[in-house]
Design a protein around this ligand. Sequence first.
Ligand code: UDP
Length: 248
Amino acid sequence: RKISGGRRYKMTQKKPVYKRVVLKMSGEVLQGKKGYGIDPEVTCSIAEEIKDVKKLGTEIAIVIGGGNIYRGSTASGQGVDRTTADYMGMLATVINGLALQDSLEKAGVFTRVQTAIDMQELAEPYIRRKAIRHLEKNRVVIFVAGTGNPYFSTDTAASLRAIELGAAGKHTFPCTAVYAADPAHVNWYQPESLTRQFILTMAPGREAFTTPGAASDAYLRKMPLLNLRSHSVLALCFMAAISDEKER
Ligand code: UDP
């Protein structure tokens, strides 16, 4: 590529480290500086970054959260029935998923939305083998409605999807740190604690966060689970995904 000043830089051809990644994106990522809801500028710029990574040949699945619109635990603290509040939270992830799909398609990236709660007019139901097929066909698959069950979070959904889809993965690297708490309480789980044992946290007022058991370690390692809390982290995570295998 020719840069201003006339010097010519050769782009080093980087091979993607990961054949397939599951990207867990917190809902807050989409709200940008607005503090609530969805900022179309943010979804568009995320879409562009995802497009760049896709060009490297990495298959991308996204699990999107809903905390920018509705959080079950918060609402239940305000008197809403917890189960109802959680379903409302899951619906919030559907709104986010559709927004992301719109931006990705506008950027020229083919997508499919798969939902854990049936709503056939909007999205396909989650079918593992179909999701894999979409990824193989170069489509970004956006998973919405979390696990489809109240009392869980989209982090759980991301762990599940990573294991389910990771079986087809080629590489065996430990996953990156996973942010697994309400963004208000910053808490990065180390990969070791994530993969060593089944963690089930059902502290009052918080969604359960489950991670795959030891038996699933091998699968999870085949599929990095990257969790984005802020837009700037996106670049970092993707850098990890594209860094040269030999450099690691
Ligand atoms: N949720 C749920 N079950 C799931 C996933 C999500 O009940 O499997 C609900 C829960 O109420 C949660 C809300 O959906 O507060 C939004 O998801 P999450 O908090 O994981 O979103 P994020 O923090 O990633 O934006």
